[in-house]
Design a protein around this ligand. Structure first.
Ligand code: NIG
Ligand code: FE
Length: 380
């Protein structure tokens, strides 16, 4: 398949942004990228982009989309002045435990369709609304049916039945729960925050996961500053997510490491928290990703274009930086080099925008600009 007459092609490689470009796809991979006039071959199928922009499919490296129920009332109360706190997670836990696999799976597939329609071609999915061995195993198993990027987040919050024995819960997470979940997962995550897990508990969880062959990623700096970011960097985490509150030491540690800082603009939007300063991070040399954090509590958007628009409007990113963060940045946060770029050898995960430039993603907020999406070279 040849996609030609591309007005603007954002490659995320040294080739930069190409004008009047074309992309050749074979067997789900990109095999050639260049100027349309130089196209050296014929293709079985030719797609005329009509001068529109083509970007890499979005890589949404942080979501919690296997759950039951919703928390519209909590959101409504928050918009009337209530504060967001980690404890709300427990209400989703009861709804999730009560749901059948069929119900959870149908809902999950609905979210995947919703994301695809908005240009997301890779999504990471976390467990974390089961918080008992049986339900956590169900969640990672269901997630593994729709993505390779599954994260075991048994350490999301301490469930009500362990309220008096948080360390006993950490024993469960690092023991039988990890045994049941590790075979379905690639990543281990922990919510290292006041109201969830302290640094010592978080370290235990991550080290147990690492010992089982899972790679670490961490929720930290969402509700206040803490030592979670430095612990994550110390353990070689692929990503620290949230980073709403970061000290200068955190920023320096991130900049000196391979750990990506994944910003989640939907969270600040939906919890009325201050937006983090992406400019400060990028200028310090930190690799920044953008993700939706789709979940029923802190951020119930699944729209990467929405997150890009907020990051540009309120977090000091340029449209080009925000696009990079939502594609190549997400790939870096997942330690993947086959997605997030448009280059020979990469997966043919592509989005054709109904716009002449990627700038329109933030210039035209809330407008459905995704015209076509290819995942592994196939229209979805
Ligand atoms: O990433 N911060 C922890 N977990 C989710 C929120 C989960 C919830 O409120 O249900 C997050 O924001
Ligand atoms: Fe999260």
């Amino acid at each position: 398949m040849l996609i030609t007459n591309i007005g603007e092609l954002s490659t995320n490689t040294r080739a930069g942004v190409l004008r009047d470009a074309a992309v050749l796809v074979e067997d789900g991979r990109i095999v050639w990228v260049g100027t349309a006039a130089d196209t050296p071959f014929r293709a079985d199928e030719v797609v005329d982009a009509g001068g529109r922009a083509v970007i890499p499919g979005f890589v949404d490296s942080h979501s919690h989309i296997v759950f039951g129920g919703d928390r519209a009332e909590e959101f409504e109360a928050r918009m009337a002045g209530e504060k967001y706190a980690a404890g709300g997670i427990r209400s989703t836990v009861s709804a999730t435990r009560d749901a059948t696999d069929e119900e959870l799976g149908a809902r999950l597939r609905g979210f995947i369709d919703e994301m695809r329609a908005q240009g997301t071609t890779t999504v990471e999915i976390k467990s974390g609304y089961g918080l008992d061995v049986e339900t956590e195993e169900r969640l990672v198993r269901l997630a593994a049916e729709v993505t390779d990027e599954v994260t075991f987040l048994g350490a999301h919050v301490v469930p009500a039945e362990y309220a008096d024995d948080p360390d006993g819960y950490v024993d469960l997470v690092t023991g039988p729960m990890l045994d049941a979940c590790a075979p379905h997962a690639r990543w281990i995550d922990v919510f290292c925050e006041t109201g969830a897990f302290n640094v010592a508990q978080s370290r235990r969880v991550l080290e147990a996961g690492i010992a089982r062959g899972l790679a670490p990623r961490v929720h930290a700096g969402q509700l206040g500053p803490g030592d979670g970011v430095r612990m994550a960097v110390d353990l070689g985490a692929a990503s620290v997510d949230h980073g709403t509150y970061l000290t200068d030491d955190d920023v320096a540690a991130l900049a000196a490491s391979r750990t990506v800082l994944t910003l989640l603009p939907g969270v600040e939007f939906s919890t009325r928290q201050p937006y983090p300063d992406a400019r400060r991070l990028i200028d310090a040399g930190v690799t920044v990703a953008l993700a939706c954090d789709t979940n029923p509590g802190s951020s119930f958007t699944s729209s990467m274009p929405f997150c890009i628009a907020v990051a540009v409007r309120d977090m000091g990113m340029t449209p080009g930086e925000a696009l990079w963060a939502a594609t190549a940045g997400g790939a870096a946060a997942l330690r993947r080099d086959d997605i997030g770029i448009i280059a020979p050898g990469a997966r043919a995960d592509l989005v054709l925008l109904d716009a002449t430039s990627h700038v329109h993603l933030s210039y035209r907020p809330g407008v459905p600009l995704v015209r076509s999406v290819w995942k592994d070279g196939v229209v979805v």
